[in-house]
Design a protein around this ligand. Structure first.
Ligand code: PDD
Length: 278
């Protein structure tokens, strides 16, 4: 696989970053995951805009123009012959000369830019009815910034796995925030209910697209908080992300939703999303 590091295309075995990179030492880095279907990037524009915002919120100078970033994405998809898969992009504040909590002088230390592809044949076809558990949301308060601080989401997935489930939904002050790596929805009497945007959740690019398509299809949408009990008593549930598109959830904390099969609304939205994206 060919990867990209700071302006260079290299075989993955020859690519490296410094041990003093702040992404490595302090999780001082942001990322994006863009899906590829039929060799085409999905929602690149949305991911580029969110990336710029994440960098800005952390005071990291954006080291690459949108045009150049698109070119790197396209080149990696081309050389790695990705038909279905993902492009991972990470930008850290850069590699300082030592370990220091204080941010380095941006004139001296430039951000580290890394991109690689992940080949995922069958990504669009894979519909897995998901079982989720709920766990406390103990992440930091700026979840709107897409940082690489992913230890707790990783632990959440492990807790789900240990419980025989597929993923975890995070609960704060009694309400569901989001999934470990996705935005979450419930459906009651045909109405789609999802938490509104704030610093408490990542502003999903897939979320924005799916809500737009739902609106265009005259589906009713309510943006508000909901509890895990409300979710357990919903007709259906699902989540969205760049890597899963729209994925039905059929069980929450051991309780089956509706008839226990993937919901109609979730499957319809998945179909619309894939149709519109292809
Ligand atoms: N995760 N919420 C969280 C916490 C996420 O990590 C993600 C994405 C989303 C969905 O955002 P989007 O629709 O823009 O992908 C919501 C990516 C896919 C990941 O970490 O792999």
């Amino acid at each position: 696989r060919t990867v990209y590091v700071n302006g260079e295309y290299l075989p993955e075995t020859e690519a490296s970053v410094s041990i003093f990179d702040r992404g490595f030492l302090f999780a001082d880095a942001v990322y994006e995951v863009t899906s590829v279907l039929n060799g085409k990037l999905i929602d690149f524009e949305g991911h580029a805009v969110r990336l710029a915002r994440s960098l800005n919120e952390l005071g990291i100078e954006n080291p690459i123009s949108k045009e150049d970033l698109l070119e790197v994405h396209r080149e990696l998809v081309r050389v790695n012959e990705i038909d279905e898969g993902l492009v991972y992009l990470q930008i850290s504040r850069g590699a300082d000369s030592d370990r220091d909590f204080v941010f380095p002088d941006p004139e001296k230390v430039k951000p580290t830019v890394v991109l690689f592809t992940q080949n995922k044949p069958g990504l669009a076809e894979t519909v897995k009815p998901m079982k989720v558990i709920s766990i406390e949301d103990i992440r930091w308060g700026r979840r709107d910034i897409k940082t690489v601080q992913l230890l707790y989401p990783s632990m959440g997935k492990m807790m789900a796995k240990a419980a025989g489930a597929d993923d975890a939904w995070l609960i704060e002050d009694g309400f569901v925030t989001e999934g470990t790596s996705n935005n979450v929805y419930i459906v009651k009497d045909g109405k789609i209910i999802t938490r509104g945007l704030s610093n408490d959740i990542l502003h999903g690019i897939t979320r924005a697209a799916v809500l737009r398509f739902a609106e265009e299809a005259q589906m009713e949408i309510e943006e508000r908080n909901f509890t895990i009990e409300e979710a357990q008593n919903a007709d259906e549930a699902f989540f969205t992300s760049a890597s899963a598109f729209v994925m039905p959830v059929v069980e929450i904390d051991g309780k089956a939703l509706g008839d226990g099969a993937p919901g109609k609304v979730a499957l319809r939205l998945r179909e619309i999303y894939l149709d519109e994206s292809l």
